[in-house]
Design a binder for this molecule. Structure first.
Ligand code: DQQ
Length: 591
C-alpha cells in the first residue's frame, strides 16, 4: 500500500501492543493535496537514485505485479502513480527485459477505465494458461469506499513479442465478494495453480475481523470461479493479509517448480504481507489436496514472529516460475524510509529489489535466497582479499572499487566460539531487531560484532554497518545479523513525516540459523547508493536497508570490513566489485 511510511509502522506496532491487536483500518488513503503538489515536479533529484536496481525515471512505485516469463521475454508490471511521488492514481506500469537486468519501459498495461476498476487497478498476478496464453488477474476498485473485485485482462495481440496492450473484457468483474467477505479487504489474487483433478485454484488476501485470511477459489475453465467453503489458510490476530503467495518447492533439488507442481518431493510455501506491521512472513508446509488446505509444518511459527524473506525494508513480494532456467524468482518492493515531503521533493519513491532465486534449504526448515546470476554481468573492477586478520577494534578499507555501487562477498572465520557473549535471558529469541537496537556495531563484544561498514564516509561520520554477533545460548550458539541505518546519515532530517516524526533509520535484525562447526560465516552485500541488500550464510537470512547518506555519496563513499569483538576474526576471502549501470534501465522501447 502506498502512503504508509515506516514511522506509521512504529505507530501501528505500539497500537497493536496497546490495544491487544485491535484492527487498525487499512491505510489506502489518497492524499489529494500531495498528489496535486507532486504533479508539478519537473526536476527529479538524482541523489539517492539507484544505479542497478529497478526504478522508473520518476514518480511513485510500489508492489511488483504479474511477473512472468513469456516467449523469451520477462515481464514486470508494478503499481505506479503516473502523476506523482506519493501513492495514488494507481496503474499497472509495464517493463520488459531479456535478462532481468536491462529493462525497457512500455506504456502502462492496465489502468482505470471501466466501472469494475475506475477507482484503481491494484495488485495481482499472471498465469500462463495451456496453449501458451497469458492472463492477468488483478484487483479493481469500483467505488470511493475501496470496494474490491477481481478482474482479468488478456493480451490484445499474442503475436506482439512485448504484449504491449491488454484488454479488460466487459465480462469483468470475474469475482465479487460474497456476503461473508469484507469487500474492502479482498485483494491481490495469486498466480493460479492446477490441481491433479484438472481444476484451477487461486487464493486472495483478506481478513475476517482480526483473522488474516487467504480465500480459496476454484474454477474448471479459469473464467467462472466458486469460493471454497474454507480458506486455503488463515491465522488468528494477524489482521488483513495482503499479497499472499503460494508456491511449491523441491525437497531434493535446488531448482524451482512450476506453480502447479505437486508430488512426494514437493513442499509448499505460504507467504503473506501483513498490512498492520508492513512486514511479511512465510511458513513451509504441505498442500493437503484432500482437504484443499495449506498446513504449515509442526513447530513452525505461523504469525508475526515467523520467518521472513527479508528482515528489513521489503514488502508485497511476489514469486514466479522461470521455465527457461528452471528457477523460482522472487521480486520485492522497498519503500523509501525518508519522509513523504522528501519524496515529493525528490520526485520519486520506491524501488524493486534485485530479483532473487528461491529454493528450499537442505534442512527443509527455511528458504535460501540468492541474487539472480544475471546480476554478475554488471560486475566490473574487482578487489580480492584473503587471509587477513582483524583484531579487536581493527578495520580494513576495501579500495579500488566504487563503494557506493558495489557487490561484495566475504567469508569471515574464527578459531573458537569461546568468547561468544552469553545470550541475555530477557531477550526475545524472535525479536532480533530489538537486540540490534541495543547492541550496535560500535558496542564491543566477544565473537563479533564483525562485518562490513557500507556507504561509509572516510572517517565514519556516517555509515551503514551490516554485521554479525554470536551469542552462547543454553545449549547452542545464536548468530545475530544486523543492518543498522541509525548512523547512515549525519543529516538530521527535520522534514516532518506524515505523523510528524523524523526520518526512519531502523536497526534491522534477524537470526541466522547456521551451523558453526566449520567456524565461519559468509555475507554478501549489494550496495547501490540508497539501498543495501545483504545475504547471510548463502541466503539463509536477508536484510534490506534504505539509507540516505549525505557525505558517503558516489566517489566519496567508502567500504570497510571491521571487527569490534575481542576474538580475532579472519577475512578468509573477500571479493568486491564495482557494479556497472545496466545499458537500459527503463528506457522507453523504440521499435
Ligand atoms: N498495494 C496494493 C494493494 C496491496 C497493497 C495497492 C500492498 O493491492 O494490497 O497499491 O502494498
Amino acid at each position: 500500500m502506498g502512503i504508509f511510511k515506516f514511522n506509521t509502522l512504529v505507530c501501528a506496532l505500539s497500537l497493536l501492543s496497546l490495544f491487544n491487536l485491535n484492527f487498525v483500518e487499512s491505510s489506502h488513503h489518497v492524499f489529494l493535496h500531495l498528489q496535486s503538489k507532486s504533479k508539478h515536479v519537473v526536476d527529479v533529484k538524482q541523489q539517492g537514485r539507484t544505479a542497478y536496481h529497478f526504478q522508473p525515471p520518476k514518480h511513485w512505485i510500489n508492489d511488483p505485479n504479474g511477473p512472468m516469463y513469456f516467449n523469451g521475454i520477462y515481464h514486470l508490471f508494478y503499481q505506479y502513480n503516473p502523476k506523482g511521488a506519493v501513492w495514488g492514481n494507481i496503474v499497472w506500469a509495464h517493463s520488459v527485459s531479456k535478462d532481468l537486468i536491462n529493462w525497457h519501459a512500455l506504456e502502462p498495461a492496465i489502468f482505470p477505465s471501466k466501472p469494475f476498476d475506475q477507482f484503481g487497478c491494484w495488485s495481482g498476478s499472471a498465469t500462463v494458461l495451456p496453449g501458451n496464453k497469458p492472463v492477468i488477474l488483478y484487483t479493481g476498485i469500483v467505488d470511493s469506499n475501496d470496494t474490491q473485485v477481481q478482474n482479468f485482462a488478456v493480451p490484445a495481440n499474442l503475436s506482439d513479442p512485448f504484449l504491449r496492450h491488454w484488454i479488460k473484457p466487459d465480462s469483468n468483474p470475474l469475482i465479487v465478494a460474497d456476503d461473508f467477505v469484507n469487500k474492502t479487504a479482498f485483494r491481490d489474487p495469486t498466480t493460479a495453480w492446477m490441481t491433479p483433478d484438472g481444476h484451477w485454484r487461486i487464493t486472495i488476501g483478506g481478513r475476517r475481523k482480526h483473522r488474516g485470511m487467504s480465500f480459496l477459489y476454484r474454477s474448471r475453465d479459469f473464467f467462472r470461479w466458486t469460493k471454497a467453503k474454507h480458506p486455503l489458510h488463515s491465522m488468528a490476530a494477524t489482521g488483513n493479509w495482503e499479497c499472499p503467495d503460494f508456491f511449491p518447492v523441491s525437497t531434493d533439488a535446488a531448482v524451482g517448480l512450476d506453480t502447479s507442481a505437486i508430488g512426494p518431493k514437493v513442499k509448499h510455501v505460504f507467504k503473506v504481507s501483513l498490512d498492520l506491521t508492513r512486514y511479511e512472513y512465510y511458513t513451509i508446509g504441505t498442500y493437503d489436496l484432500e482437504s484443499d488446505r495449506y498446513v504449515p509444518d509442526k513447530d513452525t511459527i505461523d504469525g508475526w514472529k515467523g520467518l521472513r524473506f527479508d528482515y528489513g525494508n521489503f514488502y508485497a513480494s511476489k514469486s514466479f516460475f522461470d521455465p527457461s532456467k528452471n528457477r523460482r524468482i522472487l521480486w520485492g518492493w522497498a519503500n523509501e524510509s525518508d519522509s513523504t515531503d522528501k519524496d515529493v521533493e525528490k520526485g520519486w519513491a520506491g524501488i524493486q529489489l534485485i530479483p532473487r532465486t528461491i529454493v528450499l534449504d537442505p534442512s527443509g526448515k527455511q528458504l535460501l535466497q540468492w541474487p539472480i546470476e544475471e546480476l554478475e554481468s554488471l560486475r566490473a573492477e574487482n578487489m580480492e582479499l584473503g587471509n587477513f586478520e582483524l583484531e579487536q577494534g581493527e578495520k580494513v578499507e576495501i579500495e579500488q572499487i566504487t563503494a557506493a555501487q558495489a557487490d561484495v562477498e566475504v567469508t569471515f572465520s574464527f578459531d573458537s566460539l569461546d568468547k561468544a557473549e552469553p545470550f541475555n535471558e530477557t531477550w526475545d529469541r524472535h525479536d532480533a531487531e530489538k537486540i540490534c537496537r541495543e547492541k550496535k556495531s560500535t558496542v564491543g563484544g566477544g565473537l563479533g560484532p564483525f562485518g562490513l561498514a557500507t556507504l561509509a564516509s572516510k572517517k565514519l561520520e556516517e555509515f551503514t554497518p551490516v554485521f554479525f554477533r554470536i551469542f552462547k545460548d543454553k545449549d547452542k550458539h545464536l548468530v545475530l545479523m544486523c543492518s543498522d541505518a541509525s548512523m547512515s546519515s549525519i543529516e538530521e532530517d527535520k522534514t516532518k513525516m506524515v505523523n510528524g516524526k523524523d526520518a526512519y533509520r531502523p536497526s534491522f535484525g534477524g537470526f541466522v540459523y547456521v551451523d558453526l562447526t566449520d567456524m565461519k560465516i559468509s555475507l554478501r552485500s549489494l550496495i547501490d547508493n540508497s539501498v543495501v541488500e545483504s545475504f547471510a550464510a548463502g541466503g539463509k537470512t536477508v536484510i534490506t536497508s534504505r539509507v540516505y547518506p549525505t557525505m558517503a555519496l558516489y566517489g566519496d563513499a567508502h567500504l570497510y570490513a571491521f571487527n569490534n569483538g575481542t576474538e580475532t576474526v579472519q577475512i578468509e576471502s573477500l571479493s568486491a566489485w564495482s557494479m556497472d549501470k545496466p545499458n537500459h534501465m527503463n528506457q522507453e522501447l523504440k521499435d
